[in-house]
Design a protein around this ligand. Structure first.
Ligand SMILES: NC(=O)c1ccc[n+]([C@@H]2O[C@H](COP(=O)([O-])OP(=O)(O)OC[C@H]3O[C@@H](n4cnc5c(N)ncnc54)[C@H](O)[C@@H]3O)[C@@H](O)[C@H]2O)c1
Length: 436
């Protein structure tokens, strides 16, 4: 198999995040801490992962970072937009994820990151209101202003390439309307202030039209509309999403494939959370929660395939709750009660109490997705990057395919994509390697 031509990862890579809150500041502070050798990049495949090549007997398992050309941590620069003017240091202090001690050591780096004014519309995030926003009369003009921000950032930092990752609040639930169906309709809608265009779509539009890869870390409808997919296809711009796979859903996509593999039945899965950060506050609004709920509920059905196993999974009662509870801050507690059944239908229960740090789980995902999207762009891979489904609760996918949620299949797909890029044999784990 021939290797794909991949442009080198030379110069600086700018990572732009709409949203300078818990996730993005934990990510940025983490990169600064890593650069100084203050901590380890735990949870990051690009920094720690290896990839097996060839037959098992060959003992070839290079680090992913040595196998494909990725930007190094020293070459990353950061930019953000937020509806509040706090710089990344102040925002990180407010988010309360990282300890003061660590933040003090990277204070100067964080303080230098001042958010640009946001494109915001309260109709899409009812629980928030902030003063640091763009006020141009049309959505079109706001999109142009975002493009100017991006070009000015590039100029200021000397970044050679950019990627954008939505790390802002979850927007309310939307389904694709007429204005989302084609690029022409969408651009008309921007000029006519169509009320169905959400701010996240405007950021995505600005990025993709400048050839900048875009990923959505939240569950809301954003670049996953025909209009923006068309734009991405036309410009061969990579896009990925959506909703970072952390916390309870990460656990679900680890456990459910195991139950399914052993053909253990499931009659109920009740998940509840208490969460006290700003994300929890936004999700306290039923419309924002509905967006999250849709994203969380889809996972089990697609892993368990109840249409193939109606007796085992056809009657599953799946419920997800998120409760805003300020005393916990970013340290979410998630309980799962799982009702399973085994041989002869005998019932059993599994209880999970996950004392989770959401942004600690999300930060390495932001890093990996940014580095892999940039790799995809340099390898000429445009459109939806399904191989990055590994990182998302609700993977965006081509309309004629169903999404893959099983974490282990997702990982295999990701690694096989890397092998393919480098012209190595794909590994399916199906070969009779003992006899090779
Ligand atoms: N932490 C996780 O594990 C996790 C997992 C999956 C998804 N997410 C999603 O990631 C996003 C960020 O999470 P977080 O914990 O950092 O939330 P956060 O509330 O701490 O940060 C979000 C920031 O976005 C800003 N914002 C809102 N609308 C904006 C806009 N239109 N433009 C620019 N900024 C805007 C807010 O002011 C806030 O500072 C949320 O949508 C969340 O649902 C987080």
């Amino acid at each position: 198999m021939a290797a794909t031509q991949i442009a080198p990862a030379s110069g600086k890579l700018g990572i732009l995040t709409p949203g300078l809150g818990a996730v993005s500041t934990t990510f940025m502070a983490g990169v600064f801490a890593l650069r100084r050798g203050l901590a380890a990049p735990t949870g990051s495949l690009t920094q720690l992962g290896t990839i097996r090549l060839g037959k098992r007997t060959e003992n070839r398992s290079p680090r992913i970072a040595d196998f494909v050309p990725l930007s190094g941590l020293d070459d990353l620069v950061f930019g953000a937009w937020d509806i509040f003017p706090d710089n990344a240091y102040d925002a990180a202090c407010k988010a309360g994820v990282l300890e003061k001690d660590l933040l003090e050591q990277v204070r100067d780096d964080l303080t230098a990151i001042e958010p640009m004014t946001a494109v915001f519309d309260r109709r899409f995030v009812k629980k928030l209101d902030g003063p640091h926003i763009k006020r141009q009369a049309t959505l079109w003009d706001r999109a142009q202003a975002l493009k100017e921000d991006i070009l000015a950032f590039k100029e200021r930092t000397g970044a050679e390439r950019l990627v954008m990752i939505w790390c802002a609040s979850t927007e309310t639930f939307l389904t694709a309307a007429a204005v989302h169906q084609s690029l022409a309709a969408f651009e008309e809608g921007l000029k006519g202030n169509d009320p169905a265009i959400a701010p996240s779509m405007i950021y995505a539009y600005a990025a993709i039209s400048l050839g900048i890869p875009y990923a959505n870390g939240a569950p809301n409808l954003s670049a996953d509309i025909p209009a923006l997919e068309e734009l991405a296809r036309k410009g061969s711009v990579p896009m990925a999403g959506k909703d970072f796979k952390t916390g309870q859903t990460l656990m679900k996509t680890i456990l459910a494939p195991g139950f399914k593999a052993r053909l253990l039945g499931l009659s109920g899965w009740f998940s509840t959370n208490i969460l006290g950060n700003r994300d929890g506050e936004v999700l306290d609004d039923p419309e924002s929660f509905k967006t999250k709920e849709e994203s969380k509920l889809g996972v089990l059905d697609s892993i368990l395939q109840p249409h193939l196993y109606p007796d085992l999974y056809g009657q599953l009662f799946h419920k997800v709750r998120i409760n805003y509870y300020p005393p916990r801050g970013d340290n979410k507690e998630g309980w799962d009660n799982i009702d399973i059944f085994g041989w002869l239908g005998y019932p059993m229960q599994i209880k999970i109490d996950f004392l989770c740090r959401d942004s600690i789980l999300a930060a390495p995902i932001v890093l990996d997705v940014a580095l892999f999207l940039d790799l995809a762009a340099r390898a000429g891979m445009g459109g939806i990057q399904e191989w990055l489904s590994f990182y998302f609760k609700s993977p965006i996918h081509a309309p004629d395919l169903y999404p893959e949620h099983d974490l282990f299949i997702q990982l295999m797909k990701l690694k096989n994509t890397l092998r393919h890029l480098r012209g190595e044999d794909l590994i399916t784990h199906l070969g009779l390697e003992y006899y090779d």
